[in-house]
Design a protein around this ligand. Structure first.
Ligand code: SF4
Length: 471
């Protein structure tokens, strides 16, 4: 992965913004609506802040005792009749899946949404070996048919309009290209998926939570697709990231209450399914996967990112994510959570991501497990600067800014020069694709006639003349 080209987030975001006048405002509006729903749902729970605190504590406790809870989970899952596998990385995870399918002579798989399987590049791995893989979550299926990764961890196709989906379905499953009615499109996809459920030799799921005390796990969906996938084919394979562990069943209530409220502002996901061992006559295979999580656990500044429950609230609220779209990040995870997770997979490739943030702190405010996301973004910037991942032009600009901020006299001179210079700088130099790619979609506000410092000194002099006291 280290050799892959660096993701040019600004160029990707510009492509999303500039495609037309429809996609970006729709994306912004829909995600902000989700944020508003989340706020209303959180306000309706008087003990919300207490729940966030407890959820964070449970996660931190589990992560700092992870080996014990993983062993407990494994023992209990084995007792219930599941087969348990351990995967150090994506390659081992995919190999386990392939081995299971080979052994059973399975050629078709139906899967529900799993960011871990996405992270492992599992679908491409299996397809290369002749396995037919079908996504059963509607948004994921849309993305699969369009040969795109998910752009959001909860709403994978949120960047698409109904017209986009109608055109896509017309090309891939023969629907009417002019019919954008969501019921019509959903029904058409449901009919297309039915036969795939019946033909699949294995159903694959992820897991939202895994319970050490019982060796069981929970999958939350709004479409019930994971339940059909786990119930119809004879083999169920579940990929579980090792950070998904919770100690006890009694811990679940807190997280179930927070997950859907944080994601979409709904009281609970439509389906909260508990899997405790294989169903009668079937098989359950659980792949406990590390893929960089242990290494992240050893990073003092970044280990708490493992508390994430993938609710997407930080994405919905992020002003940069809402306007640039999830595909701009060029990674499995996008938005604020992506900024702090992706560099742990490949620092060089994702070195631009930490600059894709206004550092407004809204992500930290909404995170149900109290991850200090904006602090971690800032810390990643320091890592990227120290390792010289920034382009020379940016390093020189930041170096110059640092020297100016260090010297008050220099700062004062720069301040008065800047407002004058900006007022007379030609527009094409200020809003320039090369020098200022972020500026092309924003107009600077008009500069005030005097700086705050000038105003304050005048104000103080005037009021002191009147004998006012200042502290
Ligand atoms: S970082 Fe927090 S807000 Fe963002 S997806 Fe994870 S749990 Fe949700």
């Amino acid at each position: 992965m280290g050799d892959e080209k660096k993701v040019d987030v600004a160029a990707n975001a510009a492509a999303f913004l500039e495609q037309d006048e429809v996609h970006e405002p729709m994306h912004d509006k829909n995600l902000w609506a989700a944020r508003m729903h989340r706020d209303a749902a959180a306000r309706a729970v008087p003990e919300w802040e207490e729940l966030r605190k407890i959820a964070s504590q449970i996660k931190e406790h589990t992560l700092t005792h992870l080996p014990d809870y993983l062993r407990e989970f494994e023992n209990n899952a084995l007792k219930r009749g599941a087969k348990v596998y351990w995967a150090r990385d994506a390659a081992e995870h995919n190999q386990h899946v392939w081995d299971i399918l080979q052994e059973k002579n399975i050629r078709a798989v139906i899967k529900s949404k799993s960011m871990l399987q996405e992270e492992c590049g599992m679908t491409a791995f299996l397809e290369k070996r002749g396995i037919t893989v079908t996504e059963s979550d509607l948004g994921e299926r849309i993305q699969q048919l369009d040969d795109q990764p998910p752009s959001h961890i909860v709403m994978p196709a949120i960047h698409k309009t109904p017209e986009d989906v109608a055109q896509l379905f017309a090309r891939s499953i023969g629907t009417d290209p002019g019919n954008t009615d969501p019921h019509y499109l959903t029904e058409a996809m449901r009919n297309d998926a039915r036969k795939r459920f019946l033909e699949a030799g294995a159903g694959m799921t992820g897991a939202n939570f895994a319970i050490a005390e019982t060796g069981s796990f929970v999958v939350c969906t709004n479409e019930g697709n994971a339940d059909i996938g786990a119930a119809v084919p004879p083999v169920h394979i579940a990929s579980i990231g090792i950070e998904k562990l919770l100690p006890k069943v009694s811990d679940l209530g807190i997280f179930i209450r927070m997950l859907s409220r944080s994601a979409l502002g709904t009281l609970a996901t439509q389906y909260t399914s508990h899997f405790s061992g294989p169903r009668r006559g079937g098989e359950l295979h659980i792949i406990l996967t590390d893929n960089g999580r242990s290494r992240r656990l050893g990073m003092p500044d970044f280990w708490t990112s493992l508390k994430c429950i993938r609710c997407g609230a930080c994405m919905n609220t992020c002003p940069v994510y809402r306007r640039s779209g999830g595909l701009a990040y060029g990674a499995t995870y996008s938005g604020p959570i992506g900024i702090i997770l992706d560099p742990t997979f490949d620092e060089s490739r994702y070195s631009e991501l930490p600059y894709h943030s206004s550092l407004c702190g809204s992500c930290t405010e909404v995170c149900p497990v109290k991850i200090d996301i904006s602090d971690q973004i800032l810390k990643w910037r320091k890592v990227m600067a120290a390792k010289k991942y920034l382009p020379v032009s940016r390093r020189l600009a930041f170096g110059a800014a640092g020297r100016i901020f260090e010297h008050p006299q220099l700062f004062r001179s720069a301040e008065s020069m800047a407002s004058g210079a900006l007022r007379f700088t030609p527009h094409f130099l200020l809003y320039n694709k090369v020098l200022n790619p972020w500026g092309r979609h924003r107009e600077l506000p008009h500069f005030a006639g005097q700086t705050f410092r000038e105003w304050y000194l005048q104000y103080r002099a005037k009021n002191n003349d009147h004998g006012e006291q200042h502290t």
